[in-house]
Design a binder for this molecule. Structure first.
Ligand SMILES: NC(=O)C1=CN([C@@H]2O[C@H](COP(=O)(O)OP(=O)(O)OC[C@H]3O[C@@H](n4cnc5c(N)ncnc54)[C@H](O)[C@@H]3O)[C@@H](O)[C@H]2O)C=CC1
Ligand SMILES: O=C([O-])CC(=O)C(=O)O
Length: 265
């Protein structure tokens, strides 16, 4: 079997976890990072991996491109990938709350015959939610609860004193679209759920910081003509970034495996 080649956009905590877990048969050949990260990223990688600052610098054709670069990374590089007719698997799904960007990515994909795969990331049940939508949905709510340290450096710091919390505290309630914009490193799943379900405005979101939390908890409650479902995930955060659940990295690894396997489950 010939080895297929992967491009990763971004090389932070998630990308490094994905790289560690890449299935045999797919090798990392290109990494796209900001100029300021080039030297550090080269030091971290084998000489065989090309470190680039733009997709255009890649002269060959990756089998798959995965975005692990956050919302600004998707905004900067997404169109170039799709316009080249490549498949782009994304986790910074919250960027799609920006209708202008979403439109440009769709247009680039249509014009260039690219494909954008919205990965399930840190949550589960997106297949069931998207199927339920076909019958009509009444309500979709999403709740996230993480330890205060997982909300550090985010907009939560403007809403609550994270260091002073003694009990679980809801600090944000709003729509998926707003949450995804306000918490670009923490609430992408709100946008993923919105895209699979009833949209950015109709999906309601509640965010909690809990000093007793050791996991990233996600609760999804869906009602529709099909009936009702509730899903709760208690995900382990990544060691090198407590904002990010390990399952999000694993959803990228799954996408990598799918390009190798003739059977998609
Ligand atoms: N859909 C989901 O379930 C989840 C999505 N995410 C998204 O994944 C992103 C990455 O997560 P981590 O790796 O844990 O974050 P991280 O902060 O460890 O790594 C992000 C990396 O992206 C790089 N980057 C930033 N701007 C870039 C650009 N314009 N081009 C290329 N690279 C760029 C940074 O240099 C950094 O190394 C998060 O910011 C978040 O947007 C995170 C968790 C779950
Ligand atoms: O990994 C998680 O728990 C969720 C997350 O950060 C996001 O949705 O951006």
């Amino acid at each position: 079997m010939t080895t297929k080649r992967l491009m990763i956009i971004g090389y932070g905590a998630m990308a490094q976890e994905v790289h560690r877990l890449l299935p045999a048969g797919l090798e990392l050949a290109w990494v796209v990072v900001p100029e300021s990260q080039v030297t550090l990223t080269r030091e971290r990688l084998d000489a065989g991996v090309e470190v680039l600052t733009s997709v255009a610098q890649c002269e060959e054709r990756p089998e798959l491109v995965v975005e692990c670069a956050g919302q600004p990374g998707l905004a900067e590089h997404g169109e170039a990938v799709l316009a080249r007719g490549l498949t782009l698997a994304i986790v910074a799904t919250g960027a799609l709350a920006d209708e202008g960007l979403y439109g440009r990515l769709r247009q680039a994909a249509e014009a260039g015959s690219g494909r954008m795969l919205v990965l399930s990331g840190a949550v589960a049940g997106m297949d069931g939610l998207a199927a339920a939508r076909e019958g009509g949905l009444e309500s979709v709510t999403y709740e996230a609860c993480k330890a205060p340290r997982s909300w550090k450096g985010s907009h939560a710091e403007q809403l609550v004193d994270l260091d002073a919390l003694r009990e679980a505290t809801v600090f944000y309630e709003g729509t998926a679209g707003e949450a995804a914009r306000l918490f670009p490193a923490n609430a992408n799943v709100a946008a993923t759920i919105a895209l699979a379900g009833i949209g950015m405005q109709a999906t309601t979101v509640r965010l909690t910081a809990d000093p007793a939390a050791t996991r990233n908890t996600h609760r999804i409650h869906v009602k529709g003509r099909f009936g009702e479902f509730r899903i709760e995930l208690n995900g382990r955060p990544l060691e090198h970034n407590p904002k990010t659940s390990m399952l999000a990295a694993l959803s990228v690894v799954r996408a990598c495996r799918q390009v190798l396997d003739p059977v998609t489950v």
